[in-house]
Design a protein around this ligand. Structure first.
Ligand code: SF4
Length: 240
């Protein structure tokens, strides 16, 4: 029997709002469950066990059918997000989608390596900085990087403050071969049951300007600094 995937939500097409694929049309497949609990998580509805009953166990064929319905059966980039999607058995879904011309990018903190990472088109490794309250297991992180041999791998780091920034610089020095995307963190994430919660856009813009100043001032020219475009456009709204 095929392993079922715990699905929190499937939505789109919309555009990817952050990182290396910013602006690209995509369908999001958000899985339920995470081995982390970051202080500022903006996806608690896909993390908090209180919402477990909203996560539907779905066969890969059913997930693929929903993605195809949303995209009008036209191949598109599929973004696998969470929670931590690496927890889920996504290999068969990726194989089924590739057979129909779909592409797959997966976003993970890099705590759990899976052999099917090598089948991805892009692996976005997003290790969590000190402000998250999490501690990165670098051996696990490197296992993820190594498992994604066939994929294009990139780093994405959320920055809230100076300590996060200095940490990001150390990570970049440690993994010079991984293109790095920085983004200001959202200090007004939505509670899991309120995606209408107001975003402090002025505060986000100020953090973005500070981050640009830090990167440029340090002559850190290999970094790319981007806002969370979807937050700017739609605030904390879900499904966009
Ligand atoms: S790793 Fe991501 S999904 Fe998991 S708790 Fe942290 S921010 Fe939320």
């Amino acid at each position: 029997m095929t392993d079922l995937i715990r699905i929190s939500e499937i939505f789109g097409p919309t555009i990817q709002g952050e990182g290396a694929l910013i602006g690209q049309p995509t369908v999001f497949v958000r899985t339920g469950g995470c081995d982390y609990r970051c202080a500022w998580c903006d996806s608690l509805h896909a993390v908090d066990a209180d919402y477990r009953e909203t996560w539907a166990p779905m066969a890969p064929a059913r997930v693929m059918a929903e993605v195809a319905r949303l995209s009008g059966d036209r191949p598109i980039m599929v973004t696998l997000s969470g929670g931590n999607p690496a927890i889920q058995p996504l290999g068969p879904l990726i194989a089924a989608g590739h057979a129909r011309g779909y592409r797959f990018a997966l976003e993970t903190q890099g705590s759990i390596a899976r052999d099917w990472f090598s089948d991805l088109d892009m692996l976005v490794l997003s290790p969590k900085p000190p402000s998250s309250g999490m501690v990165v297991d670098w051996a696990g992180f490197e296992a993820c990087r190594d498992a994604a041999r066939g994929a294009r791998s990139v780093l994405k780091i959320v920055v809230f403050d100076e300590a996060d920034y200095l940490w990001a610089r150390q990570v970049a020095e440690r993994y010079p071969d991984l293109p790095l995307y920085l983004q200001p963190g959202n200090h007004t994430p939505p509670p899991p049951d309120d995606d209408g919660a107001v975003v402090d856009q002025g505060g986000l813009d100020a953090r973005m300007r500070w981050l640009v100043d830090r990167v440029v001032g340090d002559g850190w020219f290999s970094a790319t600094v981007l806002p969370q475009l979807h937050v700017t456009l739609w605030g904390n709204q879900r499904g966009v």
